[in-house]
Ligand binder design. Structure first.
Ligand SMILES: [Zn+2]
Length: 514
Protein backbone atom coordinates (compact mmCIF):
# COMPACT_ATOMS: atom_id res chain seq x y z
CA UNK A 1 0.00 0.00 0.00
CA UNK A 2 1.26 3.48 -0.82
CA UNK A 3 1.68 5.88 2.05
CA UNK A 4 -0.64 8.67 3.14
CA UNK A 5 0.97 12.12 3.05
CA UNK A 6 -0.42 14.97 5.15
CA UNK A 7 0.91 18.40 4.18
CA UNK A 8 0.28 22.11 4.66
CA UNK A 9 0.21 21.53 8.43
CA UNK A 10 1.93 22.97 11.45
CA UNK A 11 3.01 19.77 13.18
CA UNK A 12 3.90 19.98 16.88
CA UNK A 13 5.69 16.63 17.16
CA UNK A 14 6.79 16.69 20.83
CA UNK A 15 9.84 14.84 19.53
CA UNK A 16 12.84 16.76 20.91
CA UNK A 17 14.84 15.77 17.79
CA UNK A 18 12.48 17.74 15.55
CA UNK A 19 9.85 19.71 17.51
CA UNK A 20 8.11 21.32 14.53
CA UNK A 21 7.37 20.03 11.03
CA UNK A 22 5.21 20.73 7.97
CA UNK A 23 3.82 17.29 7.23
CA UNK A 24 3.69 13.58 7.98
CA UNK A 25 4.02 10.39 5.98
CA UNK A 26 1.85 7.58 7.36
CA UNK A 27 2.37 3.98 6.33
CA UNK A 28 -0.35 1.68 7.62
CA UNK A 29 -0.86 2.38 11.30
CA UNK A 30 2.53 4.00 11.92
CA UNK A 31 4.38 7.18 11.03
CA UNK A 32 7.00 6.60 8.36
CA UNK A 33 8.45 10.11 8.20
CA UNK A 34 8.08 13.62 9.57
CA UNK A 35 8.48 16.23 6.84
CA UNK A 36 10.18 19.62 6.80
CA UNK A 37 8.64 22.11 4.38
CA UNK A 38 11.31 21.37 1.77
CA UNK A 39 10.60 17.61 1.87
CA UNK A 40 6.87 17.82 1.14
CA UNK A 41 7.06 17.92 -2.67
CA UNK A 42 9.25 14.82 -2.82
CA UNK A 43 6.96 12.91 -0.44
CA UNK A 44 3.86 13.87 -2.42
CA UNK A 45 5.41 12.34 -5.55
CA UNK A 46 5.34 8.90 -3.91
CA UNK A 47 2.06 9.30 -2.04
CA UNK A 48 -0.91 6.97 -2.40
CA UNK A 49 -3.22 9.49 -0.82
CA UNK A 50 -2.54 13.14 0.03
CA UNK A 51 -4.38 15.30 2.53
CA UNK A 52 -4.09 19.09 2.54
CA UNK A 53 -4.39 20.00 6.23
CA UNK A 54 -5.32 23.56 5.28
CA UNK A 55 -2.84 25.06 7.71
CA UNK A 56 -4.27 23.18 10.72
CA UNK A 57 -2.07 22.46 13.73
CA UNK A 58 -1.34 18.76 14.29
CA UNK A 59 -0.47 17.36 17.71
CA UNK A 60 -0.01 13.79 18.97
CA UNK A 61 -3.29 12.19 20.05
CA UNK A 62 -4.19 12.98 23.64
CA UNK A 63 -4.03 10.17 26.21
CA UNK A 64 -6.58 10.28 29.00
CA UNK A 65 -5.12 8.22 31.86
CA UNK A 66 -8.23 8.23 34.06
CA UNK A 67 -11.69 7.60 32.60
CA UNK A 68 -14.65 5.81 34.14
CA UNK A 69 -15.82 4.81 30.69
CA UNK A 70 -18.93 2.80 31.61
CA UNK A 71 -20.34 5.52 33.87
CA UNK A 72 -19.37 8.19 31.32
CA UNK A 73 -21.46 6.46 28.66
CA UNK A 74 -24.29 5.68 31.06
CA UNK A 75 -24.21 9.33 32.08
CA UNK A 76 -24.85 10.26 28.47
CA UNK A 77 -28.03 8.19 28.69
CA UNK A 78 -28.96 9.59 32.12
CA UNK A 79 -30.36 12.98 33.10
CA UNK A 80 -27.61 15.61 32.84
CA UNK A 81 -27.64 18.20 35.66
CA UNK A 82 -24.61 20.10 34.37
CA UNK A 83 -24.93 23.78 35.28
CA UNK A 84 -28.25 23.37 37.13
CA UNK A 85 -28.22 26.10 39.79
CA UNK A 86 -31.65 25.74 41.46
CA UNK A 87 -33.52 22.85 43.06
CA UNK A 88 -36.58 23.70 40.92
CA UNK A 89 -34.49 23.35 37.74
CA UNK A 90 -33.09 20.02 38.94
CA UNK A 91 -36.57 18.67 39.63
CA UNK A 92 -37.79 19.82 36.20
CA UNK A 93 -34.98 17.93 34.46
CA UNK A 94 -35.67 14.80 36.51
CA UNK A 95 -39.37 15.03 35.70
CA UNK A 96 -38.59 15.32 31.98
CA UNK A 97 -36.18 12.37 32.22
CA UNK A 98 -38.69 10.19 34.08
CA UNK A 99 -41.53 10.97 31.70
CA UNK A 100 -42.29 7.99 29.47
CA UNK A 101 -40.12 5.59 31.53
CA UNK A 102 -41.87 2.43 32.75
CA UNK A 103 -43.07 2.43 36.36
CA UNK A 104 -40.23 1.12 38.51
CA UNK A 105 -37.48 2.16 36.05
CA UNK A 106 -34.48 3.75 37.78
CA UNK A 107 -34.14 7.44 37.00
CA UNK A 108 -30.41 8.21 37.10
CA UNK A 109 -28.89 11.68 36.94
CA UNK A 110 -25.38 13.05 37.17
CA UNK A 111 -23.20 16.18 37.34
CA UNK A 112 -25.13 17.61 40.30
CA UNK A 113 -23.26 20.41 42.12
CA UNK A 114 -25.20 21.35 45.28
CA UNK A 115 -22.92 24.36 45.81
CA UNK A 116 -24.37 25.98 42.66
CA UNK A 117 -27.87 26.45 44.11
CA UNK A 118 -28.25 29.47 46.38
CA UNK A 119 -29.48 27.31 49.27
CA UNK A 120 -26.43 25.02 48.85
CA UNK A 121 -28.64 22.01 49.56
CA UNK A 122 -29.65 18.68 48.05
CA UNK A 123 -33.22 17.82 47.04
CA UNK A 124 -35.23 15.90 49.64
CA UNK A 125 -36.44 12.33 49.02
CA UNK A 126 -40.02 13.67 48.90
CA UNK A 127 -39.12 16.16 46.16
CA UNK A 128 -37.46 13.35 44.17
CA UNK A 129 -40.52 11.10 44.62
CA UNK A 130 -42.81 13.81 43.26
CA UNK A 131 -40.56 14.62 40.27
CA UNK A 132 -40.11 10.99 39.23
CA UNK A 133 -43.66 9.80 39.84
CA UNK A 134 -42.55 7.40 42.57
CA UNK A 135 -39.81 5.73 40.45
CA UNK A 136 -36.47 5.13 42.19
CA UNK A 137 -34.14 8.11 41.72
CA UNK A 138 -30.34 8.19 41.91
CA UNK A 139 -28.62 11.58 41.58
CA UNK A 140 -24.82 11.45 41.50
CA UNK A 141 -22.81 14.46 42.60
CA UNK A 142 -20.23 15.75 40.07
CA UNK A 143 -17.45 14.50 42.34
CA UNK A 144 -18.97 11.00 42.52
CA UNK A 145 -18.28 11.00 46.26
CA UNK A 146 -21.80 11.91 47.30
CA UNK A 147 -25.23 11.10 45.91
CA UNK A 148 -28.90 11.73 46.62
CA UNK A 149 -31.60 9.05 46.42
CA UNK A 150 -35.28 8.80 47.28
CA UNK A 151 -36.90 6.17 49.47
CA UNK A 152 -37.56 3.77 46.58
CA UNK A 153 -33.87 3.71 45.60
CA UNK A 154 -32.77 3.48 49.24
CA UNK A 155 -35.04 0.47 49.72
CA UNK A 156 -33.38 -1.27 46.75
CA UNK A 157 -29.96 -0.83 48.32
CA UNK A 158 -31.03 -2.74 51.47
CA UNK A 159 -28.18 -1.11 53.41
CA UNK A 160 -27.44 -2.92 56.67
CA UNK A 161 -28.25 -1.01 59.86
CA UNK A 162 -25.40 1.34 60.74
CA UNK A 163 -23.89 1.64 57.22
CA UNK A 164 -21.68 4.77 57.37
CA UNK A 165 -22.79 7.77 55.28
CA UNK A 166 -26.60 7.59 55.35
CA UNK A 167 -27.70 11.23 55.79
CA UNK A 168 -30.26 12.21 58.45
CA UNK A 169 -32.30 15.38 58.93
CA UNK A 170 -32.29 17.12 62.33
CA UNK A 171 -35.51 15.23 63.21
CA UNK A 172 -33.87 11.91 62.38
CA UNK A 173 -35.63 11.25 59.08
CA UNK A 174 -33.57 10.10 56.04
CA UNK A 175 -32.20 13.20 54.24
CA UNK A 176 -31.62 11.52 50.85
CA UNK A 177 -27.87 12.20 50.95
CA UNK A 178 -25.46 9.27 50.76
CA UNK A 179 -21.73 9.63 51.40
CA UNK A 180 -18.94 7.28 52.46
CA UNK A 181 -19.80 3.54 52.32
CA UNK A 182 -23.48 4.22 51.54
CA UNK A 183 -22.46 6.21 48.47
CA UNK A 184 -20.07 3.46 47.34
CA UNK A 185 -22.92 0.95 47.67
CA UNK A 186 -25.18 3.18 45.56
CA UNK A 187 -22.43 3.69 42.97
CA UNK A 188 -21.57 0.01 42.64
CA UNK A 189 -25.17 -1.24 42.66
CA UNK A 190 -27.36 1.40 41.02
CA UNK A 191 -25.17 2.02 37.96
CA UNK A 192 -25.23 -1.69 36.99
CA UNK A 193 -29.00 -1.57 37.34
CA UNK A 194 -29.16 1.48 35.10
CA UNK A 195 -26.69 -0.25 32.71
CA UNK A 196 -29.01 -3.24 32.38
CA UNK A 197 -31.86 -0.86 31.64
CA UNK A 198 -30.08 1.51 29.24
CA UNK A 199 -27.60 -0.91 27.60
CA UNK A 200 -23.92 -0.92 28.59
CA UNK A 201 -22.63 -1.69 25.09
CA UNK A 202 -24.49 1.34 23.77
CA UNK A 203 -23.03 3.39 26.62
CA UNK A 204 -19.48 2.28 25.76
CA UNK A 205 -19.95 3.21 22.10
CA UNK A 206 -21.30 6.65 22.99
CA UNK A 207 -18.47 7.36 25.42
CA UNK A 208 -15.78 6.17 22.98
CA UNK A 209 -17.25 8.45 20.32
CA UNK A 210 -17.16 11.39 22.72
CA UNK A 211 -13.50 10.64 23.50
CA UNK A 212 -12.37 10.89 19.87
CA UNK A 213 -14.44 14.06 19.43
CA UNK A 214 -12.30 15.55 22.19
CA UNK A 215 -9.06 14.45 20.49
CA UNK A 216 -8.41 11.46 22.76
CA UNK A 217 -6.78 8.55 20.94
CA UNK A 218 -6.03 6.32 23.96
CA UNK A 219 -7.83 6.18 27.27
CA UNK A 220 -7.30 4.22 30.45
CA UNK A 221 -10.69 2.78 31.41
CA UNK A 222 -11.05 2.48 35.21
CA UNK A 223 -14.14 0.28 35.29
CA UNK A 224 -15.62 -2.55 37.35
CA UNK A 225 -14.85 -6.21 36.58
CA UNK A 226 -18.06 -7.14 34.75
CA UNK A 227 -17.93 -3.93 32.73
CA UNK A 228 -14.32 -4.63 31.74
CA UNK A 229 -15.34 -8.09 30.51
CA UNK A 230 -17.81 -6.45 28.12
CA UNK A 231 -15.33 -3.75 27.21
CA UNK A 232 -12.75 -6.38 26.20
CA UNK A 233 -15.32 -7.98 23.90
CA UNK A 234 -15.72 -4.59 22.16
CA UNK A 235 -11.98 -4.09 21.60
CA UNK A 236 -11.31 -3.34 17.95
CA UNK A 237 -14.85 -2.09 17.47
CA UNK A 238 -14.42 1.18 19.32
CA UNK A 239 -12.84 4.23 17.62
CA UNK A 240 -10.46 4.88 20.54
CA UNK A 241 -7.69 2.67 21.97
CA UNK A 242 -8.49 1.42 25.47
CA UNK A 243 -6.22 0.23 28.31
CA UNK A 244 -8.39 -1.29 31.09
CA UNK A 245 -7.55 -0.77 34.79
CA UNK A 246 -10.05 -2.97 36.60
CA UNK A 247 -11.64 -1.61 39.80
CA UNK A 248 -11.63 -4.94 41.58
CA UNK A 249 -9.93 -6.52 44.58
CA UNK A 250 -10.10 -9.90 42.81
CA UNK A 251 -6.52 -10.06 41.55
CA UNK A 252 -6.90 -13.58 40.13
CA UNK A 253 -9.95 -12.60 38.07
CA UNK A 254 -8.15 -9.60 36.60
CA UNK A 255 -5.10 -11.74 35.81
CA UNK A 256 -7.34 -14.35 34.18
CA UNK A 257 -8.51 -11.67 31.73
CA UNK A 258 -4.90 -11.29 30.58
CA UNK A 259 -4.68 -7.71 31.84
CA UNK A 260 -1.50 -6.04 33.15
CA UNK A 261 -3.15 -3.34 35.27
CA UNK A 262 -5.49 -3.14 38.24
CA UNK A 263 -7.10 -0.44 40.35
CA UNK A 264 -8.92 2.86 40.04
CA UNK A 265 -11.53 4.51 42.23
CA UNK A 266 -15.02 3.11 42.97
CA UNK A 267 -14.80 0.09 45.27
CA UNK A 268 -10.97 0.14 45.46
CA UNK A 269 -10.22 3.78 46.38
CA UNK A 270 -8.08 4.61 49.40
CA UNK A 271 -10.10 7.67 50.52
CA UNK A 272 -12.92 9.96 49.38
CA UNK A 273 -13.04 13.64 48.46
CA UNK A 274 -12.89 17.08 50.13
CA UNK A 275 -16.50 18.26 49.88
CA UNK A 276 -18.11 15.33 51.76
CA UNK A 277 -15.12 15.43 54.18
CA UNK A 278 -14.08 11.88 53.25
CA UNK A 279 -10.65 12.73 51.78
CA UNK A 280 -8.25 11.42 54.45
CA UNK A 281 -6.04 14.20 55.83
CA UNK A 282 -3.12 14.07 58.26
CA UNK A 283 -4.52 17.19 60.01
CA UNK A 284 -8.25 17.81 60.74
CA UNK A 285 -10.63 19.62 58.39
CA UNK A 286 -10.81 23.37 59.02
CA UNK A 287 -14.62 23.65 59.02
CA UNK A 288 -15.12 20.34 60.87
CA UNK A 289 -12.17 20.02 63.25
CA UNK A 290 -13.61 16.82 64.74
CA UNK A 291 -12.71 14.86 61.59
CA UNK A 292 -9.62 14.05 59.47
CA UNK A 293 -11.73 12.33 56.82
CA UNK A 294 -11.77 8.63 56.11
CA UNK A 295 -9.38 5.88 55.09
CA UNK A 296 -11.33 3.13 53.32
CA UNK A 297 -8.78 0.38 54.12
CA UNK A 298 -7.10 -0.82 57.26
CA UNK A 299 -3.30 -0.81 56.71
CA UNK A 300 -3.01 -4.60 56.47
CA UNK A 301 -5.99 -4.83 54.12
CA UNK A 302 -4.40 -2.38 51.67
CA UNK A 303 -1.05 -4.16 52.01
CA UNK A 304 -2.60 -7.56 51.21
CA UNK A 305 -4.38 -6.21 48.13
CA UNK A 306 -1.38 -4.32 46.71
CA UNK A 307 1.03 -7.14 47.57
CA UNK A 308 -1.14 -9.70 45.76
CA UNK A 309 -1.41 -7.50 42.68
CA UNK A 310 2.30 -6.68 42.70
CA UNK A 311 3.31 -10.33 43.05
CA UNK A 312 1.01 -11.18 40.16
CA UNK A 313 3.07 -8.75 38.07
CA UNK A 314 0.29 -6.20 37.76
CA UNK A 315 0.69 -2.43 37.75
CA UNK A 316 -1.41 -0.87 40.53
CA UNK A 317 -3.23 2.50 40.31
CA UNK A 318 -5.26 3.75 43.28
CA UNK A 319 -7.28 6.85 44.14
CA UNK A 320 -5.68 8.95 46.92
CA UNK A 321 -6.87 12.55 47.37
CA UNK A 322 -5.72 13.54 50.85
CA UNK A 323 -2.34 13.43 52.62
CA UNK A 324 -3.27 10.55 54.95
CA UNK A 325 -4.38 8.38 52.02
CA UNK A 326 -1.19 9.24 50.12
CA UNK A 327 0.82 8.36 53.25
CA UNK A 328 -0.95 5.01 53.64
CA UNK A 329 -0.39 4.00 50.02
CA UNK A 330 3.24 5.22 49.99
CA UNK A 331 3.87 3.11 53.12
CA UNK A 332 2.35 0.08 51.40
CA UNK A 333 4.27 0.63 48.15
CA UNK A 334 7.53 1.02 50.14
CA UNK A 335 6.92 -2.21 52.08
CA UNK A 336 5.88 -4.21 49.02
CA UNK A 337 8.85 -2.98 46.98
CA UNK A 338 11.25 -3.72 49.83
CA UNK A 339 9.98 -7.29 50.08
CA UNK A 340 9.57 -8.01 46.38
CA UNK A 341 11.74 -5.52 44.47
CA UNK A 342 10.71 -4.90 40.87
CA UNK A 343 12.44 -2.48 38.52
CA UNK A 344 10.23 -0.05 36.60
CA UNK A 345 6.97 -1.12 38.27
CA UNK A 346 5.33 2.28 37.62
CA UNK A 347 2.72 1.78 40.35
CA UNK A 348 0.47 4.83 40.26
CA UNK A 349 -1.23 7.19 42.65
CA UNK A 350 -4.35 8.78 41.18
CA UNK A 351 -5.28 12.42 41.92
CA UNK A 352 -2.51 13.11 44.51
CA UNK A 353 -4.42 16.32 45.26
CA UNK A 354 -3.16 17.36 48.66
CA UNK A 355 0.22 15.79 49.43
CA UNK A 356 1.93 16.76 52.69
CA UNK A 357 5.43 18.22 52.48
CA UNK A 358 7.91 15.45 51.69
CA UNK A 359 5.41 13.02 50.16
CA UNK A 360 6.18 14.00 46.57
CA UNK A 361 9.89 13.35 47.10
CA UNK A 362 9.09 10.02 48.72
CA UNK A 363 6.85 9.05 45.78
CA UNK A 364 9.63 9.99 43.35
CA UNK A 365 12.19 7.87 45.16
CA UNK A 366 9.82 4.89 45.15
CA UNK A 367 9.34 5.20 41.36
CA UNK A 368 5.64 6.04 41.68
CA UNK A 369 3.85 7.65 38.70
CA UNK A 370 1.04 10.16 39.17
CA UNK A 371 -2.28 10.38 37.31
CA UNK A 372 -3.55 13.96 37.68
CA UNK A 373 -6.63 15.85 36.51
CA UNK A 374 -5.98 19.56 35.88
CA UNK A 375 -9.65 20.32 35.14
CA UNK A 376 -10.46 19.73 38.83
CA UNK A 377 -8.92 23.15 39.32
CA UNK A 378 -11.23 24.56 36.64
CA UNK A 379 -14.39 23.33 38.38
CA UNK A 380 -13.20 23.62 42.00
CA UNK A 381 -10.69 26.49 42.00
CA UNK A 382 -8.76 27.07 45.17
CA UNK A 383 -10.54 30.34 45.88
CA UNK A 384 -13.92 28.54 45.88
CA UNK A 385 -15.01 26.37 48.77
CA UNK A 386 -11.63 24.73 49.51
CA UNK A 387 -10.33 27.53 51.78
CA UNK A 388 -13.41 26.98 53.94
CA UNK A 389 -13.06 23.19 54.01
CA UNK A 390 -9.29 22.73 54.38
CA UNK A 391 -8.20 26.32 55.22
CA UNK A 392 -6.43 28.80 52.98
CA UNK A 393 -2.91 27.41 53.47
CA UNK A 394 -3.82 23.86 52.42
CA UNK A 395 -6.25 25.09 49.73
CA UNK A 396 -3.29 26.83 48.09
CA UNK A 397 -1.44 23.51 47.90
CA UNK A 398 -4.19 21.45 46.22
CA UNK A 399 -3.29 20.02 42.77
CA UNK A 400 0.34 21.22 42.89
CA UNK A 401 1.16 20.58 39.24
CA UNK A 402 4.18 22.88 38.79
CA UNK A 403 5.72 21.82 42.12
CA UNK A 404 5.46 18.13 41.25
CA UNK A 405 7.09 18.66 37.86
CA UNK A 406 9.85 20.74 39.44
CA UNK A 407 10.55 17.81 41.78
CA UNK A 408 10.86 15.44 38.83
CA UNK A 409 7.71 13.38 39.38
CA UNK A 410 6.48 11.50 36.30
CA UNK A 411 2.95 12.79 35.67
CA UNK A 412 0.23 11.88 33.17
CA UNK A 413 -3.05 13.70 32.72
CA UNK A 414 -6.68 12.70 32.59
CA UNK A 415 -10.26 13.80 33.01
CA UNK A 416 -11.66 11.41 35.65
CA UNK A 417 -14.66 11.52 33.29
CA UNK A 418 -17.54 11.81 34.11
CA UNK A 419 -16.17 14.06 36.89
CA UNK A 420 -14.79 16.41 34.22
CA UNK A 421 -15.48 16.11 30.48
CA UNK A 422 -13.43 14.18 27.90
CA UNK A 423 -11.82 17.41 26.67
CA UNK A 424 -8.02 17.50 26.85
CA UNK A 425 -7.96 21.11 25.67
CA UNK A 426 -9.67 21.94 28.96
CA UNK A 427 -6.74 20.23 30.77
CA UNK A 428 -4.31 22.46 28.89
CA UNK A 429 -6.42 25.48 29.74
CA UNK A 430 -6.67 24.52 33.42
CA UNK A 431 -2.97 23.65 33.81
CA UNK A 432 -1.78 26.86 32.12
CA UNK A 433 -4.33 29.08 33.93
CA UNK A 434 -4.16 27.29 37.33
CA UNK A 435 -5.96 29.27 40.08
CA UNK A 436 -2.70 29.32 42.04
CA UNK A 437 -0.26 31.29 39.83
CA UNK A 438 2.68 29.44 41.40
CA UNK A 439 1.33 26.12 40.08
CA UNK A 440 0.81 27.23 36.46
CA UNK A 441 2.80 25.35 33.83
CA UNK A 442 3.73 26.27 30.25
CA UNK A 443 1.66 25.26 27.22
CA UNK A 444 4.49 23.01 26.09
CA UNK A 445 4.74 21.32 29.48
CA UNK A 446 0.97 20.75 29.53
CA UNK A 447 0.99 19.33 25.98
CA UNK A 448 3.87 17.02 26.88
CA UNK A 449 2.09 15.72 29.98
CA UNK A 450 -1.13 15.07 28.04
CA UNK A 451 0.71 13.02 25.39
CA UNK A 452 4.23 11.76 26.20
CA UNK A 453 3.76 11.96 29.95
CA UNK A 454 0.47 10.10 29.79
CA UNK A 455 1.85 7.40 27.47
CA UNK A 456 4.42 6.41 30.11
CA UNK A 457 1.72 5.74 32.70
CA UNK A 458 0.81 2.58 30.76
CA UNK A 459 4.37 1.74 29.54
CA UNK A 460 3.51 2.94 26.02
CA UNK A 461 6.04 5.73 25.44
CA UNK A 462 7.78 3.78 22.66
CA UNK A 463 4.57 3.76 20.60
CA UNK A 464 2.57 6.80 21.63
CA UNK A 465 2.86 10.39 22.75
CA UNK A 466 5.03 11.92 20.01
CA UNK A 467 4.99 12.17 16.23
CA UNK A 468 8.20 10.54 15.01
CA UNK A 469 9.15 7.76 12.60
CA UNK A 470 7.98 4.37 13.91
CA UNK A 471 5.41 5.78 16.34
CA UNK A 472 1.72 4.96 16.00
CA UNK A 473 -0.11 7.36 13.67
CA UNK A 474 -2.38 8.72 16.41
CA UNK A 475 -2.83 12.48 15.94
CA UNK A 476 -5.28 15.33 16.07
CA UNK A 477 -5.98 18.35 13.84
CA UNK A 478 -6.65 21.55 15.84
CA UNK A 479 -8.15 24.77 14.52
CA UNK A 480 -5.53 26.90 16.29
CA UNK A 481 -1.94 26.60 17.47
CA UNK A 482 -1.83 26.20 21.29
CA UNK A 483 1.57 27.99 21.31
CA UNK A 484 0.09 31.00 19.52
CA UNK A 485 -3.30 31.64 21.17
CA UNK A 486 -3.58 33.76 24.35
CA UNK A 487 -3.51 31.44 27.41
CA UNK A 488 -7.11 32.24 28.36
CA UNK A 489 -8.24 31.05 24.89
CA UNK A 490 -6.70 27.55 25.10
CA UNK A 491 -9.96 25.92 26.13
CA UNK A 492 -11.71 27.34 23.06
CA UNK A 493 -9.45 25.50 20.58
CA UNK A 494 -11.52 23.06 18.56
CA UNK A 495 -10.60 19.53 17.48
CA UNK A 496 -11.14 19.28 13.71
CA UNK A 497 -10.14 15.65 13.10
CA UNK A 498 -8.84 12.69 15.06
CA UNK A 499 -6.74 9.87 13.57
CA UNK A 500 -6.06 6.56 15.33
CA UNK A 501 -3.54 4.25 13.67
CA UNK A 502 -3.66 6.34 10.49
CA UNK A 503 -7.45 5.97 10.30
CA UNK A 504 -9.78 8.96 10.46
CA UNK A 505 -12.12 8.30 13.43
CA UNK A 506 -13.60 11.78 13.90
CA UNK A 507 -14.15 14.61 11.46
CA UNK A 508 -15.90 17.77 12.67
CA UNK A 509 -17.09 18.43 9.10
CA UNK A 510 -19.25 15.28 9.22
CA UNK A 511 -20.83 16.45 12.46
CA UNK A 512 -21.52 19.86 10.93
CA UNK A 513 -23.14 18.20 7.89
CA UNK A 514 -25.19 15.78 10.04
ZN1 LIG B 1 -11.69 8.37 39.22
Amino acid sequence: MQPLVIYNARVITLDPQRPLAAGLVVDGERIQAVLAAGEVAGALAGAGEAIDAGGATLVPGFIDTHVHLAVTGLGMLAVDLDGVDAIAGLLERLQAGAAGQPAGALVAAMNFQPELNPENRCPTPEELDAAAGGRPVYVMDRTGHQSVVNHAALAQLELPEGTPGVGRRPDGRFSGVLADEANTQAFTRLWPQFAAQAGLENAYRLAARQAVQGGITTLHALDDLDDVRLLLSLRGQLPVRVVPYTQSKDVAAVQALGLRQIGGCGAVMVDGDFTPHTAALLEPYTDRPETCGKLYYRDEELFDYVAAAHQAGLQVALHCVGSAAIEQLLNVYAEVLARWPRADHRHRIEHFELPAPGQAERARRLGVYLGMQPAFNHYWPHHGEYPEVVGPERAGRVDPLASLLAQGLPVGLGSDSPVTPLRPLLWLHSAVNHSNPAERISVQAALELATRGSSALAFEEKDKGALAPGMLADFVFLDADPYAVPPEQLGAIQVLRTYVGGRLVFDARDEAAA
